[in-house]
Design a binder for this molecule. Structure first.
Ligand code: SF4
Length: 228
């Protein structure tokens, strides 16, 4: 079972190694939904470029997106495949306008289950994505993880792999939650550091354990060494 000092040690070691990653360039909840959809499944750099272009050339208000020319949106989102970001942007704008009067600022202040449910109406936003938006907009101190952060914590020995992603996610959150004080700043730091670590060293395939700053604390690494 993880303990608070262990997680704190992990995060300090990761920050020393990776530096402190930048958060997304907005804390507005609707813009965070657009951030998820503007370049679906793209890397961080491509996503940042697309989001910057959307803000500058179209705007991020729903009516601006809905009245933008299709070819301009296509150029910004990088084409129809693979995630059909153009369609996702338009659906995001339409849902925001029709169901939330064009802004999510009041919605994210609702009690957590309601706020989460509302965000899950948008394209590409499941429960983990909704939690991430609630955290990054500083609306609720939820310990949100992306798939990279989830993999890192699992390998370190927090929670367990279950049959579905949702069950695995819950297991890790439940394992960690009792050892953390709810605090948006701390959770954002943890989210970003674990994500960065999962993207760079603790990759899905062939993690780079030989240079990992937290290898001594890692169950996956210890087990792999024993079986080697
Ligand atoms: S030792 Fe390897 S598996 Fe463990 S956290 Fe580091 S990179 Fe990931």
């Amino acid at each position: 079972m993880p303990t608070r000092p262990e997680l704190a040690r992990v995060l300090d070691a990761l920050e020393k190694f990776h530096g402190r990653p930048d958060p997304p360039p907005t804390t507005d909840p609707l813009e965070l939904v657009l951030w998820e959809n503007v370049a679906y499944l793209a890397d961080d750099r491509r996503r940042a470029d697309a989001f910057r272009a959307l803000k500058k050339r179209v705007g991020t208000r729903p009516e601006q997106i809905l009245s933008a020319r299709g070819d301009l949106l296509l150029e910004i989102t990088g084409g129809i495949v693979p995630g059909n970001s153009l369609e996702k942007l338009r659906r995001t704008a339409a849902i925001a306008l029709e169901q939330f009067r064009g802004s999510l600022k009041a919605t994210v202040k609702l009690p957590l289950p309601e706020a989460r449910k509302a965000l899950m109406k948008f394209p590409s936003i499941g429960a983990p994505g909704a939690d991430k938006i609630l955290l990054l907009s500083r609306s609720h101190p939820v310990f949100a993880l992306d798939s990279n952060g989830l993999r890192v914590l699992l390998r370190l020995g927090h929670g367990r792999e279950a049959k579905s992603y949702a069950a695995t996610y819950r297991s890790v959150q439940e394992a960690i939650a009792p050892h953390l004080e709810p605090d948006c700043d701390r959770f954002i730091r943890a989210h970003l550091l674990l994500r960065r670590h999962g993207q760079t060293l603790c990759r899905r395939n062939r993690p780079r354990c030989e240079v990992c700053p937290v290898a001594k604390l890692c169950v996956y690494y210890r087990t792999a060494r024993r079986s080697a």
